[in-house]
Write a protein that binds this ligand. Structure first.
Ligand SMILES: Cc1cc2nc3c(=O)[nH]c(=O)nc-3n(C[C@H](O)[C@H](O)[C@H](O)COP(=O)(O)O)c2cc1C
Length: 201
């Protein structure tokens, strides 16, 4: 049972990094195998080249898939659970993670299958996907202004979509007052390993 963590934050001094460390400790405690794709540390390229756009925009699957994208495909294929961990920036994920979806969800692989698409291996259905985002605003406020729902719609209904069997969105809000939320956030992270075992058994 393998978990792939797609982690996106530029700073190791961040609260989101603290959450990553807690998540790792929990997965270790539960005896779960995991791997981290630290998008900033990897220097993952978020922007598409013109050739990549031509492949996606015109469904030209004869154009090559870049090697860094192929590497991410391989990680997806090995995963039973994928966790996306990032801070909310302007009501969405950081641009680097958005670029991960733009580039890694390539046509014929993650969408737009057709007969010709047989030349390309199609993305597996991942048993469990968890989106964990830290947010400055408290959860109640994000719900009240409709942003919690819009983030859920985009991440869970669209980006994870039918590619994942079980899906969950966890908003760790209220980080502007960290001392108030730290304990409840760590309790939520403590439950992740158990859920992975349940959904990926
Ligand atoms: C560029 C930027 C944009 C942000 N936009 C939002 C936002 O739209 N909503 C929100 O609740 N918090 C927002 N925040 C606050 C972060 O979500 C918060 O700082 C983060 O979740 C936790 O801090 P960390 O950066 O130490 O991990 C933003 C922070 C930055 C730096």
């Amino acid at each position: 049972m393998k978990t792939q963590i797609i982690y996106c934050h530029p700073s190791r001094q961040s609260y989101t990094y603290e959450i990553l460390k807690q998540l790792e400790a929990n997965l270790k405690k539960e005896g779960l195998e995991y791997e981290i794709s630290d998008l900033y540390a990897m220097g993952f390229k978020a922007d598409m080249t013109e050739e990549e756009y031509n492949r996606e925009g015109f469904i030209n699957i004869d154009l090559p898939i870049p090697n860094d994208v192929k590497d991410e495909h391989k990680k997806i294929e090995k995963a039973d659970c994928i966790i996306f961990l990032y801070p909310v920036w302007w009501s969405d994920c950081p641009a680097k993670l958005k670029g991960w979806f733009d580039r890694v969800y390539s046509v014929g692989y993650a969408y737009g299958y057709n007969d010709e698409g047989n030349k390309i291996e199609k993305m597996k259905k991942v048993p469990y996907g968890i989106v964990i985002c830290t947010a400055g605003h408290p959860n109640e406020f994000l719900k009240e202004i409709g942003i919690a729902e819009s983030m859920r719609n985009v991440m869970i209904d669209d980006r994870l979509g039918k590619r994942f069997t079980n899906k969950e969105m966890i908003i760790l809000g209220g980080t502007l007052d960290k001392e108030k939320v730290r304990l409840i956030h760590s309790q939520i992270i403590e439950s992740i390993g158990r859920k992975i075992k349940e959904y990926c058994a």
